[in-house]
Ligand binder design. Structure first.
Ligand SMILES: NC(=O)c1ccc[n+]([C@@H]2O[C@H](COP(=O)([O-])OP(=O)(O)OC[C@H]3O[C@@H](n4cnc5c(N)ncnc54)[C@H](O)[C@@H]3O)[C@@H](O)[C@H]2O)c1
Length: 267
């Protein structure tokens, strides 16, 4: 059965910019009761709150300053969402950075931040406070989380980690006890501030050379964050827990990892 977004309450991490902002907007377009923007950028967060309140009404959106890598701050976003809207049904684990030049922070935000969100949502706040039968956690991986590129190995590692944890937490073992779908979306290149200055976000010249070579040989067009958000909304409504979806060039399709046992050769 399709998951209805009507009357649901969501937290969107990194919702002040790019894909996260567009998903927050689409959730409200689809009738969500309330959306909390949980973002580390306070100035942008306040501006986002004003923008969404002007479009959807002042009681539909809140902003909670949050560094997702900090468990306590992330928990505060759940607590404040609950006190404002009374439920929590959806977590969009979207906050991320793509910058191998600060790779320890990249690991903290992308991996630790995503794990913090799943632990808080799955084991505590969504499981206890969803308004309907089912909740949803969407983890933002990347095409680099299914097919790495040599230009940013650490970013690829973080997005593979998100892919892996989604398969594990989205499995029937967990869904059968939580009724919370855990799903990954892997965007392709999407025109947002994240990729606006790629030359300064890797480990130096050899990595930059690889990036330029790969970019020159790609025949796929960049999508807009609005197009990516529509694909994410579609996945939320229809996809099963533990599934992984590519959202690239304004098209989506399921990515299925081969079974290792199918590769086993019996001699
Ligand atoms: N843009 C792309 O081409 C692309 C491709 C694949 C995957 N992704 C993934 O999609 C997600 C969104 O990316 P985007 O392109 O919209 O980026 P963006 O830079 O436009 O937005 C990211 C948002 O996350 C926030 N943020 C950063 N660190 C944070 C933290 N520690 N805590 C809370 N918020 C934080 C930023 O302030 C910003 O508002 C990321 O996880 C990214 O890795 C993007």
């Amino acid at each position: 059965m399709e998951f209805s977004l009507a009357d649901k309450v969501a937290i969107v991490t990194g919702g002040s910019s790019g894909i996260g902002f567009c998903v927050a907007r689409e959730l409200l377009n689809n009738g969500a009761r309330g959306v909390t923007i949980a973002d580390v950028n306070v100035e942008l967060g306040q501006a986002t709150l004003e923008k969404l309140s002007a479009e959807f009404g002042s009681n539909k959106c809140t902003f909670c300053p949050t560094d997702v890598a900090d468990f306590k701050q992330f928990e505060n976003a759940f607590i404040s969402t609950l006190s404002t809207f009374g439920n929590i049904d959806i977590l969009i684990n979207n906050a991320g950075i793509c910058d191998d030049s600060i790779w320890e922070k990249e690991i903290d935000v992308n991996i630790k931040g995503t794990i913090n969100g799943v632990l808080l949502g799955l084991e505590n706040y969504i499981i206890k406070n969803k308004s309907g039968q089912e909740g949803i956690i969407i983890n933002l991986s990347s095409i680099r989380g299914v097919q790495p590129s040599g230009d940013r190995p650490v970013y690829a590692a973080t997005k593979f980690a998100i892919h892996g944890m989604t398969l594990a937490w989205g499995s029937e073992d967990h869904y059968s006890r939580t009724n919370i779908k855990v799903i990954a979306v892997c965007p392709g290149s999407t025109s947002t501030p994240l990729i606006a200055n790629p030359a300064n976000t890797n480990l130096g010249q050899p990595y930059e050379k690889i990036r330029k070579k790969n970019k020159a040989s790609s025949n796929l067009s960049d999508q807009t964050p609005e197009q990516c958000a529509l694909l994410i909304i579609d996945v939320m409504k229809t996809a099963k827990s533990g599934t992984v979806w590519i959202a690239e060039s304004a098209e989506k399709y399921q990515y299925i990892m081969p079974s290792r046992l199918d590769m086993k050769t019996i001699i």
